[in-house]
Design a protein around this ligand. Structure first.
Ligand SMILES: Cc1cc2nc3c(=O)[nH]c(=O)nc-3n(C[C@H](O)[C@H](O)[C@H](O)COP(=O)(O)OP(=O)(O)OC[C@H]3O[C@@H](n4cnc5c(N)ncnc54)[C@H](O)[C@@H]3O)c2cc1C
Length: 379
């Protein structure tokens, strides 16, 4: 049986970043991914500039979309707008995650694609893990097992089935449209309106897929999803003279309960949760990749310290993740599905965005002087 310091289930953002930092600390690390990379993932792939500092890499331009985002335009429920410069990364997750898999391997982590988690058992000094690759069962052992398997986390589901399927979370739909429009490919358009999205904002942006450019129009809802998304698409088609064929429609739904008080959970014993598996996706900020990268990095730091000092890693991981968890918990209470009308939403947005703007500017400046592990996630 092969033995590792750490085995990570999931080769997305959290798993790859964690594997990179563990390997960099010379820990014997295996990370496994169920699908063959580059694998598709429904995700807008938009992130703040500080994301590269969290990952600890300068991203090669060919791993990003042709148009990076330089501006944000916010539409309020009464039709008024607010625009501001805002520099953000824009990438396709299949290309980008494949690149991150390679980065982790470059640092020495072992990667098994098309390999999935089956089961595990905690032993006195570690964990034995049953995996399946090419139809064959493989047993491996490790000191720590990490669940980085996203919003349908396989280990967490086994340990805490009650965290799943409680109440409707709804989902989201993205329409990829090839055609002309009166839209700027370097702008992220956010539309706040309960007729289209009752989780966060509905969105429009430009993406590069296999060398071609597409307008992505998308939204989310906790019920009658298709109906709300189609309504939004009709609005965008009319307002921006978006004329073109839908090349692809992608949908997404989650089983983890976003509003549950116990959504954020970092693990137990020798089992650590990172990224979406830990419940760190933030519907209020509308992002999760930064928290996934940061939690992966913090878990690696905690495990390295624990193995060196002979202390439990979870205790250290909980300690170093305190600010990240507190911010995500606070935002969880700010979800817009508590508003029953667009008038209420508008009042909230006017107040919230007036306060958020200066706060974000201050944190952006302070972030330049912070170590990556101490970065405050925006907005
Ligand atoms: C529609 C949508 C739009 C989004 N847009 C943005 C955005 O613009 N910006 C942003 O920052 N965030 C966005 N997010 C959130 C973001 O996608 C997640 O927060 C982020 O991907 C979390 O990374 P992760 O590594 O934790 O999980 P994932 O990226 O989901 O990676 C988990 C990996 O585990 C693998 N896996 C699953 N089960 C197994 C198994 N049994 N064995 C082995 N491997 C397994 C999966 O195949 C996957 O590759 C969006 C999410 C959605 C749904």
């Amino acid at each position: 049986m092969q033995t590792y310091d750490v085995i990570i289930i999931g080769g997305g953002i959290a798993g790859s970043v964690c594997a990179k930092f563990l390997a960099q600390k010379k820990l014997k690390t295996l990370f496994v991914e169920k699908y063959k990379p580059p694998r598709h993932k429904p995700c807008s792939g938009i992130q703040f500039d500080y994301f590269s500092r969290l990952v600890g890499e300068k991203f090669p331009p060919e791993k990003l979309c042709r148009h990076q985002l330089k501006r944000i335009e916010i539409y309020y429920p009464d039709g008024s707008t607010f625009g501001a410069p805002c520099s953000m990364y824009n990438f396709m997750r299949d290309v980008f995650d494949d690149y991150l898999n390679q980065v982790a391997q470059k640092y020495g982590a072992e990667f098994w694609a098309e390999c999935e988690y089956v089961d595990h058992e905690e032993t006195a000094g570690g964990v034995t893990v049953d995996l399946k690759k090419d139809g064959q069962g493989i047993r491996a052992a490790c000191s720590y097992l990490i669940d980085a398997s996203g919003l349908r986390p396989v280990i967490r589901k086994k340990l805490r089935p009650a965290d799943f399927g409680k109440g409707a979370n709804g989902g989201s739909i993205n329409y990829y449209i090839e055609g002309k429009a009166d839209l700027d490919p370097e702008t992220l358009y956010q539309f706040w309106n309960l007729d289209w999205n009752n989780q966060m904002f509905a969105w429009v942006y430009n993406k590069t897929m296999e060398g071609r450019e597409y307008w992505v129009v998308g939204s989310g809802y906790d019920r009658d999803l298709k109906q709300h998304c189609e309504l939004f698409l009709d609005f965008v088609r009319q307002k921006y003279h978006l004329d073109g064929e839908i090349i692809k429609t992608e949908g997404y739904s989650s089983t983890i309960s976003f509003n549950a008080a116990e959504r954020i959970w970092l693990g137990q014993g020798r089992l650590l949760m990172i990224g979406d598996a830990a419940g760190l996706i933030d519907m209020t900020r509308g992002v999760g990749m930064d928290a996934a990268a940061l939690s992966g990095r913090l878990a690696a730091q905690a495990i390295a310290a624990a193995l060196k000092q002979g202390k439990p890693a979870l205790e250290e991981y909980v300690k170093v993740s305190r600010s990240l968890v507190a911010q995500t918990r606070k935002n969880q209470t700010q979800s817009i599905n508590r508003f029953s009308s667009n008038e209420e939403l508008l009042t909230h947005l006017r107040k919230d965005m007036a306060a958020a703007g200066p706060g974000m500017a201050v944190q952006s400046v302070l972030n330049r002087f912070r170590q990556p592990e101490q970065l405050v996630l925006l907005p």
